[in-house]
Design a protein around this ligand. Structure first.
Ligand code: BTN
Length: 313
């Protein structure tokens, strides 16, 4: 196996299968020519691989941002783009650096759940370094949710909505999830890694039966494959715009946009917090991104995003 890059299990490489194909020609040629043949075969496979890969050049052509996506790392396979991003951030990577992978072997979602990451999806993480307090980190998740939803609606004329705390829905089914992880010191945020998993060119048949009921993909909704690079650029643009509004003007503006896109404010919901369930009406989301649920006895519960599941009933 030839590795052109390797970080935390990341490879942008040629697989063993492909190299096996290349063994037979070696038998027919004198030894002195094998390096030339090897080079030719490598170039050929590289072209094939690059065709399949998300193109950094195409992204750079379309990019309309000042800092998000200006530094890009595109991998074929990583364990989790959030882990790669975190390692790069700790090594000093700049704010706005994006790590994209065609597939993840250990993609994760909220509350340690597995995140299915086959080829065709957009699996990426963004390094941010906002000057905020630890208790404000959930605001970043909501900010990114608004941005991804706006990007999908703009690019494809969809009617995507946000679902608390970190989902983007199309026709009531989850098309995207956001996983925000942070490093803090004394209540101050040192850096945030925002991981975004968007089921783009994935067919529903690839999902497990249980996921198929609640998930959807862009390919499924639009009945065609989408170009990944322009979509990424649109998402980067919206994330940067919303993030700058949040930092410069405060969270109120972003929160009101979030509420305007929210799928279930005012609806009856069932909330599961660490295995315990209760029902009520999802009344609001507060300035720290907590869900306010009114119970049948009139009392109010404030639910903090964490190991929480919410479903409309
Ligand atoms: C969720 O809805 O639970 C959040 C899912 C986040 C998945 C993305 S894919 C890119 C990044 N890397 C990961 O391991 N997870 C996030």
């Amino acid at each position: 196996m030839y590795h052109s890059k390797s970080i935390l299990g990341a490879t942008a490489d040629f697989t063993t299968d492909m190299l096996q194909l290349s063994t037979s020609p070696f038998l027919k040629y004198p030894k002195r020519n094998t390096h030339k043949i090897c080079f030719l075969i490598h170039s050929l496979y590289k072209q094939i691989m690059l065709k399949a890969m998300i193109s950094t050049d195409k992204i750079k052509e379309d990019l309309r941002t000042r800092f998000i996506g200006r530094r890009l790392h595109v991998y074929d396979t990583v364990s989790s783009t959030n882990d790669v991003a975190r390692a790069l951030a700790l090594e000093g990577a700049e704010e706005g650096t994006v790590i994209i992978a065609e597939t993840q072997t250990r993609g994760r979602g909220r509350a340690g759940r597995e995140w299915f990451s086959p080829r065709g999806g957009l699996w990426f993480s963004i390094i941010l370094k906002p000057k905020i307090k630890a208790r404000e980190v959930s605001r970043i998740t909501l900010t990114v949710g608004v941005a991804v939803t706006a990007a999908l609606n703009r690019q494809f004329n969809l009617n995507a909505e946000v679902k608390w705390p970190n989902d983007v829905l199309v026709n009531g089914r989850k098309v995207c999830g956001v996983l925000t992880e942070s490093v803090t010191c004394d209540e101050t945020v040192k850096m945030v890694v925002v991981g975004i998993g968007l089921n783009a060119n994935v067919t529903l048949e690839e999902f497990s039966r249980s996921l198929r009921e609640s998930a959807t993909t862009l390919k499924e909704e639009l009945k065609k494959e989408v170009s990944l690079e322009p979509l990424l650029c649109e998402i980067f643009y919206h994330i940067e715009s919303e993030y700058v509004v949040f930092l410069k003007e405060g969270f109120a503006q972003v929160l009101s946009e979030w509420k305007a896109l929210a799928a279930f404010i005012g609806k009856h919901v069932e909330v599961t917090v660490v295995g315990r369930k209760f029902r009520g009406v999802a009344e609001d989301v507060d300035e720290y991104g907590s869900l306010i649920v009114r119970l049948s006895d009139g009392s109010v519960k404030r639910v903090v995003a964490g190991d929480v599941k919410v479903r409309i009933v």
